[in-house]
Design a protein around this ligand. Structure first.
Ligand code: ZN
Length: 210
């Protein structure tokens, strides 16, 4: 059911989904607000009120990012062309850094562009296919460096800086493309706020770029 609420100066549409869940939670799907409520949960306005600052902030962020991503173009590539390109970039990268990966997988993911496991397997989000080459190169470089340093700590960003002094800009670009891809291609964009345990401390399942 489509509904409307006003948080501060913003009118926000939302949908209520009744599900067999234990706790109510709040999500953004493709930029649209959803309240996921237990079947008998009555206090709809309370859940909005409890999370109003989070909802307001995220809604604003989404609008802003969607707006900013409008002047960006998605790239047309076939999945085969994309895989060939990634493999080529990866090979070059690994040679340069003298590193090895175990396997590379391609999969459509809902929360990150790529990831690297401790067993040295690389997982690449197939949605990356629609991004310009310089960003694919950055993502691959970002991931291969996780073979050296798993965490996003000072050491890690120092390694990234050797090749990408402007890595923060690249990360920002990727963030905008995330919205663009979710808006145009995928239907899986998800921001979630839900209670983690019986203490009902809400945690945000934030979409991480990596
Ligand atoms: Zn990372």
């Amino acid at each position: 059911m489509q509904k409307k609420t006003k948080i501060y100066d913003m009118d926000i549409d939302y949908t209520v989904d009744r599900r067999p869940v234990k706790y109510p939670r709040v999500e953004f799907r493709t930029g649209h607000l959803h309240l996921i409520l237990p079947k008998n949960y009555k206090n709809e306005s309370k859940i909005i009120d409890t999370h109003k600052d989070w909802i307001y902030k995220k809604h604003k962020e989404i609008l802003h990012s969607l707006n900013k991503s409008k002047d960006k173009q998605l790239v047309k590539r076939t999945p085969e062309e994309f895989k060939t390109l990634v493999n080529k970039i990866l090979k070059k990268n690994l040679t340069e850094l003298n590193l090895k990966v175990n396997k590379i997988y391609f999969k459509q993911m809902t929360s990150k562009w790529a990831s690297c496991s401790s067993s040295k397997n690389l997982m690449v989000n197939s949605l990356l296919q629609h991004l310009p080459k310089f960003l694919i190169e950055y993502v691959i470089h970002h991931e291969t460096l996780h073979l050296i340093e798993r965490k996003h700590n000072e050491h890690y960003w120092k390694l990234v800086s050797k090749k990408y002094k402007d890595h923060q800009r690249k990360e920002k670009e990727l963030f905008l493309y995330w919205f663009l891809v979710q808006d145009k291609i995928s239907n899986t964009f998800l921001l979630q706020k839900k209670p983690r345990n019986c203490l009902q401390t809400p945690v945000m399942r934030k979409y991480s770029v990596f």
